[in-house]
Design a protein around this ligand. Structure first.
Ligand SMILES: Cc1cc2nc3c(=O)[nH]c(=O)nc-3n(C[C@H](O)[C@H](O)[C@H](O)COP(=O)(O)O)c2cc1C
Ligand code: SF4
Length: 692
């Protein structure tokens, strides 16, 4: 297929100081969670993006000194020469495909709590960078940097830049974003200095200027020098000589870096979840930068639509289309556009599971792309699949995320596959969940897979097909995969923290009942101990229908786990705006049809709330009756020529969509034509990586 000429502009080379990006697709710095400890895993993860057409592929934040120690969060380092080889593996992998490699040198200042190095964090004025989340709280206050510390910082940056050059990087960053040290100097409320680094905006950008100059001195003209800077806070402050302090900061530094990489200030606005921010959400903040500099500008905004990308360039907003999450969800996004296959792009859904992996301290994982992080250790390429070894046909029962992903991957391997789905629509849990406020974009999980399946000749899709054991035996498929999902239960929550006893009474609902169209009578109490998105989303949904909705959770926060996905503050805000009252650290002890009894999880003190309907968003159980029934008929299965029956996804172990997709993918990858693998029959372990 040929490229649509409308998108030609995206494939123009762009000069960045002494180097040239082959096109406008720029994978901005984003952490992989792989660190220097998994150098092969990391190199393959980045190399695949270069292969997929990203013209520039960057590292995530790379610490330049032990006083910038993010542990227990995973971080990369370039503290001394021994770190160089691990990074060189990545630059080789990126260069192999003609892309440029960039490195984001990073000092976290008061935001890196130095839990391992035990050095006092550095900061402009000794003020702590406080946190509302326990994981980010520290109890060692930072110290104020003196002139010697500033000289040290400049030296660490310069030494890091020289090592970066040795590792083969083409673009070296100064990072003044998101609460980290150079950014901390930009804010007058935080920077109370009375020397040349505090006070006026010219003084507050001085450290950034000096870091840029130190980097340039270190690398000369062998590398480009880039500045990544967060402008959201400064954009909101009127300037003395310009519209805002952000304008003034950009004017003051306009021609110093070879590239401007502009972003937002906090993770929830920068890496904004799709539930609360659309594609291109950064533009109102960063749209002015290009007017003030002649240097190329890269920006982000979960760009997956080539038309939106072209528009950003044609309207003079950006020169390079930055992508972090879109490059994880589909490392081959640029190549697909280049080859006229833009309809094949596996679009990021903005769920931020990738970010949660970083918070979890593990290599990045992705809902849409189950191969992320598995390129080297399991040998999973996002676009290449081992061809089938047999013509054995497979029946997949259940067309939710696990079943569809399994079908896509088996189909791409060349297996004849039939997918039978009981519902009229494919998508499983997503058919309801995408109707909840803000969750429409998640429908891409289903859409991409259905689209791909429809292009595969040997895959047959049967919606509205409820199969029992006899039906399955009669169909005579050699292999059967059960992907029948999970159901929500009406279990309550024990004071010692596990699900207990079903509350099966009138007007007690689960999300499954709401999916069938039930509208509970108000006042409604939503009791959430699942703690991911569902409880908050259901409360918002019900607030559209009932007068009074109270959200009760055992956790200390609404949708507490969504802290991991950057959604928590936005869920909190949305519930408050929708008039939903929240009661944290409480469990539901009883419900009599008119009132619900709640108890404080620590003291046990009870009270009653008016409630005519209770919705429990708690525990899910596998919908595995069909699987169990099949297993009881092993003789009949053998007679019918069924060689294997495997249970995948939520039907095996209920979890987030990312786990279901992964489970479906893994089964399809590891299926060898005869034997089948499951968690009960572990496959060969993945290849282990070691620090160099
Ligand atoms: C998993 C993950 C890790 C990230 N790590 C970094 C990082 O190390 N340094 C950085 O400047 N930004 C980091 N970011 C922010 C991204 O670079 C980017 O600004 C943000 O995700 C918005 O871009 P997008 O909409 O294309 O994802 C990270 C984002 C993700 C998703
Ligand atoms: S995990 Fe979600 S947000 Fe992150 S890249 Fe994948 S689809 Fe996008």
């Amino acid at each position: 297929m040929v490229r649509n000429p409308r998108f030609d502009v995206l494939f123009e080379p762009v000069r960045i100081g002494p180097v040239t990006a082959p096109n406008r697709f720029y994978q901005v710095p984003h952490a992989s969670g792989m660190t220097n400890a998994l150098p092969q895993v990391r190199a393959a993860f980045r190399g695949v993006k270069a292969e997929g057409g990203w013209g520039v592929v960057c590292t995530g934040a790379v610490s330049i000194h032990p006083s910038s120690d993010d542990s227990p969060l995973p971080f990369a380092s370039l503290w001394d020469d021994r770190d160089i080889r691990a990074h060189a593996l990545m630059t080789d992998a990126v260069h192999e495909h003609g892309a440029l490699a960039g490195i984001e040198l990073w000092h976290g200042g008061a935001c890196s709590l130095n839990r391992t190095s035990r050095l006092a964090p550095l900061s402009p004025s000794g003020m702590p960078w406080m946190s509302t989340h326990l994981g980010f709280m520290g109890n060692l206050r930072p110290r104020t940097m003196d002139g010697g510390d500033i000289r040290d910082l400049l030296r660490w940056q310069a030494e890091g830049a020289k090592r970066a050059l040795q590792a083969g990087f083409d673009i070296v960053y100064v990072y003044a974003g998101m609460g980290y040290l150079p950014y901390e100097f930009l804010l007058p409320e935080y920077n109370h200095r009375t020397d040349a680094y505090g006070g006026s905006i010219a003084n507050r950008v001085r450290l950034v200027r000096e870091l840029l100059e130190a980097t340039r001195d270190a690398v000369g003209h062998r590398c480009a020098v880039a500045l990544r800077i967060s402008l959201e806070e400064l954009r909101g402050r009127p300037g003395v000589n310009a519209v805002s302090e952000a304008h003034e900061a950009v004017e003051l530094l306009a021609h110093i870096p070879d590239l401007w990489d502009v972003k937002m200030d906090s993770s929830p606005t920068d890496c904004a979840p799709s539930r609360f921010a659309p594609e291109g959400s950064h533009e109102p903040i960063i749209g002015f930068v290009k007017q003030l500099t002649t240097k190329p500008v890269v920006g982000v905004g979960r760009f997956t639509s080539p038309d939106v990308m072209v528009s950003q360039i044609r309207r003079g907003i950006l020169d390079l289309i930055g992508g972090a999450r879109p490059s994880i969800a589909d490392p081959f996004l640029p190549r697909k556009i280049n080859e006229g296959r833009e309809h094949e792009i596996r679009e990021c859904i903005g769920c931020n599971i990738c970010i949660s992996s970083w918070h979890d301290g593990v290599p990045v994982r992705c809902t849409q792309n189950p191969t992320a992080g598995e390129e080297w250790r399991r040998g999973w390429h996002p676009e290449r699949f081992a061809p089938t070894k047999s013509d054995a046909s497979l029946l997949i029962v259940g067309g939710g995320p696990a079943g569809l992903e399994c079908a896509v991957t088996l189909g791409r391997r060349g297996y004849p596959v039939t997918v039978a789905e009981a519902g009229r629509q494919f998508g499983g849990r997503l058919t309801f969940e995408t109707r909840l406020p803000g969750l429409r974009t998640w429908g891409r999980v289903t859409d991409w897979r259905l689209h791909t399946l429809r292009e595969l000749e040997h895959v047959t899709l049967y919606p509205g097909s409820t199969l029992d054991v006899d039906d399955i035996l009669a169909l005579e498929h050699r292999h059967v995969v059960i992907a029948t999902g999970a159901r929500w239960t009406k279990m309550l929550f024990s004071p010692i923290e596990f699900p207990v006893g079903e509350l099966d009474r009138e007007r007690v609902y689960t999300p499954d009942d709401l999916a069938l169209g039930e509208i509970p009578l108000g006042p409604v109490v939503v009791f959430d101990y699942d703690n991911y998105y569902m409880g908050g989303a259901v409360a918002l949904h019900l607030a559209e229908h009932a007068d009074s909705v109270t959200y009760v959770t055992t956790a200390g926060n609404v949708s507490a786990w969504t802290f991991m996905t950057n959604e928590l503050p936005l869920v909190h805000r949305a519930l408050s705006k929708a008039g939903v009252a929240s009661l944290t650290l409480h469990l539901v002890a009883d419900f009599d049809g008119e009132t619900v009894t709640v108890a404080d999880v620590y003291t046990g003190v009870q009270r009653r709330l008016p409630c005519r309907s209770l919705v429990i968003v708690g525990m899910r159980k596998p919908r595995d009756e069909l699987y169990r029934a099949l297993m009881e008929r092993s003789d009949d299965l053998t007679r019918a020529g069924v060689a294997s029956v495997t249970c995948i996804g939520d039907a095996l172990a209920p979890g987030a969509i990312v786990h279901a997709v992964y489970s479906g993918h893994r089964h399809a990858r590891e299926f060898d034509g005869e034997a089948a693998c499951s968690d009960a029959q572990p496959p060969a372990p993945y290849t282990r990586d070691f620090p160099l």
